[in-house]
Ligand binder design. Structure first.
Ligand code: BDR
Ligand code: CA
Length: 303
């Protein structure tokens, strides 16, 4: 089993990732923290609590940063719907967030853990940057960070920038400079490894959770003839099946100003940073295995 913390901004694809994590007997979700991103932090927190209640789990949720460190906040509600989880009529959550701020909750959870924890991040990097700046002692408790964000090619917010990095590039820069083991699951692989319409359609057969996932995925705009890009879910797939990805070690820098703000610049030649690297960057994924894995998770763990 893997002990994990999810730092998220649900968000349809975050919601699919959170649902899969909460129900996976191989994973122990110690904490969910939320951040402003796809929608405001009030909404991302409510959505995380809604999912915890949907699956009847006792996992703490802590609300985090309302705004990026420096840059002005711009949401993606036009993609994820006003609520952030459009497509399914969820009841109001009964659970409440912790009284602690996400950064405090992250510190406590990490420092109180006897074993190092894997951080899965699928939103902007604001909470992580604040944590690393304020409480650097947590570093020894972080096993690895598997993060959805960035791109070696095109962006999806601007032609240069992927949304999670674009939202808070300064925070992303702090994380990439942290020397922690980082796995970058960027747009290169999340756009290539789509969940096919056939897979989405099959989800319907697997009870109320399967129906819910089917309905929200059907509301995701990141859809083309090959299916839907459930970006954030690939972080969990990497955690359990790193062998299904092709990776390259690079030094990744973040553009924090100007028209390319939020771009991830990987030192592909290895020359500028003298061969030093700060991240394992995913460059290829076994799409069939990813589809198969999701179907197995939903059919085995959520029925
Ligand atoms: C990322 O941006 C968000 O809109 C999605 O939830 C995902 O984390 C994809 O670029
Ligand atoms: Ca997200």
């Amino acid at each position: 089993t893997h002990k994990i913390i999810l730092d998220t901004d649900p968000g349809i694809d975050d919601a699919v990732m959170i649902s899969t994590a909460l129900t996976d007997p191989k994973l122990e979700v110690a904490l969910i923290t939320t951040v402003a991103g796809n929608v405001t932090v009030d909404k991302t927190t409510k959505n995380a609590l809604t999912l915890v209640d949907f699956f009847n789990k006792d996992v703490p949720v802590a609300a985090g940063a309302t705004d990026p460190l420096i840059k002005k906040f711009e949401d993606a509600a036009r993609i994820h719907g006003e609520s952030g989880m459009a497509g399914y009529d969820f009841p109001e959550p009964a659970s409440k967030p912790l009284a602690l701020h996400a950064v405090q909750a992250l510190r406590e959870t990490l420092m109180n853990s006897t074993e190092p924890i894997t951080l899965i991040t699928t939103g902007a990097y604001t909470n992580i940057a604040l944590l690393l700046r304020e409480y650097p002692e947590v570093k020894s408790k972080i096993k690895q960070i598997i993060t959805m964000g960035g791109s070696l090619g095109r962006g999806n917010m601007t032609s240069a920038a992927e949304f999670n990095i674009f939202t808070d590039p300064h925070a992303a820069q702090i994380m990439y400079n942290s020397q922690l083991p980082i796995v970058m699951v960027g747009l290169d692989v999340t756009l290539a490894g789509r969940i096919s319409d056939e897979t989405t359609d099959k989800l319907k057969q697997f009870g109320r959770a399967g129906q819910m996932l089917h309905d929200i995925i059907g509301h995701d705009f990141d859809h083309d003839e090959n299916g839907t890009a459930i970006h954030d879910l690939q972080t969990l797939f990497y955690l359990e099946h790193p062998e299904a990805f092709e990776t390259k070690d690079y030094w990744v820098d973040i553009v924090t100003e100007g028209p390319a703000v939020g771009e991830t610049v990987a030192d592909i030649r290895g020359a500028y940073h003298d061969g030093k690297t700060n991240a394992k960057v995913c460059v290829g994924i076994d799409t069939a295995a990813f589809n198969q894995w999701l179907l197995e998770k939903v059919s085995q763990n959520m029925q």
